[in-house]
Design a protein around this ligand. Sequence first.
Ligand SMILES: Nc1nc2c(ncn2[C@@H]2O[C@H](COP(=O)(O)OP(=O)(O)OP(=O)(O)O)[C@@H](O)[C@H]2O)c(=O)[nH]1
Ligand SMILES: [Mg+2]
Length: 443
Amino acid sequence: MFADRAKIILISGKGGDGHVSFRREKYVPDGGPDGGDGGRGGDVIIKVDPGMNTLIDYRHKRKFAATAGQEGGKKNCRGKDGEDLILKVPEGTVIKEAESGKVIIDMSGNCREYKILSGGRGGLGNQHYATSTMQAPKYAQPGQPAKEVEVLLELKMIADVGLVGYPSVGKSSLIRCVTNAKPEVADYHFTTLTPHLGVVDMGDGNSFVMADIPGLIEGATEGSGLGLEFLRHIERNKVLIHVLDAAGTEGRDPLEDYRNINNELKKYGDKVASIPQVVAANKIDLIPEEPEAVDIDEDGELIYAPDPIERLTETLNAEGVKVFPISAVSGKGTKELINEVWEMLSAMPKQSNIFAAEYDPDNALKISNEPFTVSYDEAADEYVLEGPRIEKMLGYTNLDSEKGFVFFQNFLKDNGILEQLEELGIEDGDTVRMYGFSFDYYK
Ligand SMILES: Nc1nc2c(ncn2[C@@H]2O[C@H](COP(=O)(O)OP(=O)(O)OP(=O)(O)O)[C@@H](O)[C@H]2O)c(=O)[nH]1
Ligand SMILES: [Mg+2]
């Protein structure tokens, strides 16, 4: 099965924790703090790999993680940085946040590389927290936690031109004839199971990309045949070549085929239905040169079938659609078809179809990692909160206001401080002290 969708979990590397240690030297009884900084956690980076054309690599593995930064060491030793995770995807992969479906990034056009999650910053060692009043800080900064996001990868191929039509009308034969792509051709339906891209060389350095997709049948949008899975790919096409078996070799009427396929496209969506089309009336080598007698009228005169090309051309030209008689086997007429498609493309604005970003997981998942400690001061019989995170919070919180106090309570809860106090054995009525403030603890 062609893998053009995958749901995976991406995890950045946690930052290494800062270290708490004190210098131990001969003849120096109380050395200063010398805890080193933690290493940076690895980023998660998405990169376009031009050699890839499916998401098969992401079918069997669910979690992809960058590595964590190492903890700092004593003697000011910095922890080693974690390794980035490079996730390779084919061009045209749209990455969405799995739950909301919001677009994070569209890996197409100029976007070749994108940092989707940054690794956690390493924490500062305790050497950074020495001040005139606190010469032996027993806390260091924890490394920033890892970030995690579940994403949906969706491959939307970027072809300028898409080939649509019933099975066996000759789509793959046409792409073999006019591009470098060589998909399988055979006389049974649904020979093509996966989309193929080919480049049409127009000379003078000009070219365009053509996509062969599996055949469509009636009810494709309701799940018949293979079509629905692949209709998504033509959303970005600028022109569709609608291939018809003009010789009606399988007994169907090509004009009816044309209407049926267009109905399916309409059911799929206005965007696809409004892509300009040209008709390739294929297999002209199989149309009898002499008109075929199909009946005899009352006077014994032979009734001839109308020439299929004339009929298609007259009907469709009247609707503003151009018809090109071709033979994908001999190549006859394909040059005219390709020239017309090239002219249509040249008349269109050059911008590629980019899905706008709606969500930035890196920003949404920002977390504070200033350090703090929770301890018990036996002499005073008080619990003590210390460290920059506490200090900062107090700096912008007015504990006298009701709102401020609610914020403060949430802060204690969200940062796991209540939990730590309970672990230390705090009971109702006990005092908690922090930087000149104190409050009585009640559950
Ligand atoms: N004589 C003749 N046969 C053709 C022509 N184009 C295609 N065929 C034959 O028609 C059959 C189907 O051709 P394909 O190119 O595989 O058709 P397709 O539209 O890609 O079919 P699916 O992949 O099944 O949707 C093959 O046997 C081809 O050789 C043509 O112009 N003339
Ligand atoms: Mg095919």
